[in-house]
Design a protein around this ligand. Sequence first.
Ligand SMILES: [Mg+2]
Length: 255
Amino acid sequence: MKKKTSILVCNDDGVYGPGLRPLVRALSRLGAVTVVVPDQDRSAVSHSLTLHAPLRVRTVGRNFYILNGSPADCARFGILGILEERVDLVVSGINHGFNLGEDVTYSGTVAAAMEATLLDKAAIAVSRGIGPEGPASFAVAADFARKLASEVLRRGLPQGVCLNVNVPALPRARLRGVAVAGLGRRVYGRKITGRVDPRGHRYFWLAGTQVSSISTPGSDVAAVEAGRISITPLHSDTTDRPAIQALRIRRASIT
Ligand SMILES: [Mg+2]
């Protein structure tokens, strides 16, 4: 008997993330879906792993688990602890908000997919631009995630590569196709906001509002601005190969 396709879904928006259920529903058409997600919004925690505190898992439905950990914890625990490596594909998302350009450095959504890649599992991170939060509004992104997932299940991905997908928050009729794109640039405000709490102590907000994006041709930023879904292959090896040569030359002059 052919074994059923096993898909693990993680996210960083947590159990109440608006894109989670639409994604699970769409992927259920491809196989058995197991959900392991953080118990709260863990956006922008990047690739952190919980190594100094116990992880607690709660079962909240059939094949549906929440963890008091990070998105990368969820991917790792889902693959190794719950599914015991019987995973054909990991899909992380659907994140509420784009993960473009340097966002991938901070993104928990991308980190969950990358953790799966490090464990030699095919993985896709899916994000959607900020827009309406109702389940219907995630239908376009969920549909695309299903089609791409089906393709990845069939063809696999190169070793060390996961896909970072961004879907504009547009109705289906206004989407302008799909672009395979490199990472662009996002420009965030550098201001730190300081306030005073009711007890007279100062506190700070780091989170900068996005000011603008730099729309380099061929980038994910340019793609979504043009109404296209962007797919960016990300590699776990972040070495800058040309810089190796440049550093070799420079090192020669200081030794
Ligand atoms: Mg998020």
